[in-house]
Design a protein around this ligand. Sequence first.
Ligand code: E4P
Length: 218
Amino acid sequence: MKFFLDSANLQELRAAAAWGILDGVTTNPSLIAKEGVPVEEQVRRICDLIDGDVSAEVLSLSTQEMIAEGRSLAKIHKNVVVKIPLIAEGVQAIHALAKEGIRVNVTLCFSAAQALVAAKAGAYMVSPFVGRVDDLGLSGVEMVRDILTIYRNYGFQTQVLAASCRGPRHVIEVAKAGAHIVTLPFKVLEQMFCHPLTEKGLEQFLSDHRKAFDLVTA
Ligand code: E4P
């Protein structure tokens, strides 16, 4: 399973990359806006830092503008994956960009039906928003499971990137379902390996060792 960081913050990206468990990055207009840097510039900086897929989202809403913006985002770096929202105008843009060999991450996916359309249009990845579906009182994990079943049934190559994950529980559930990629906010990535019992156990081991060592050398 690939781990992506859901962040446009260079400090967070550097820290996650240093752990050696980062395979790529997803950004969205809200995340880039937080950094206060123009989209193209920030995407370039991220690509210089991380060797893996970096998703960058179009801001346009018409098909032709999405295609033009997608082309120019893809030119920033070979690792850029163009994010297109799953709206009617987007479907045509996904198809056109995919035909040109531009990799598309179809974003704002909230149902298996939308994911099926994304795959038919030629998406490289689809991003079902697990946490936001849970917020509606439905199951985001169930949606991911359905998408994977449908893709397997028909041999679609589109990768399922579980997005909007709120904690390690979501990650484990989508991993059990077989999601190809999960994108995580920095805090959730940290939560994946921090455990209070690990801290407590380590403290105990070191204290036992110190006591025994002190006895031998006393
Ligand atoms: C995915 O690519 C999105 O940027 C992201 O996962 C959305 O997460 P949120 O629902 O926590 O904003």
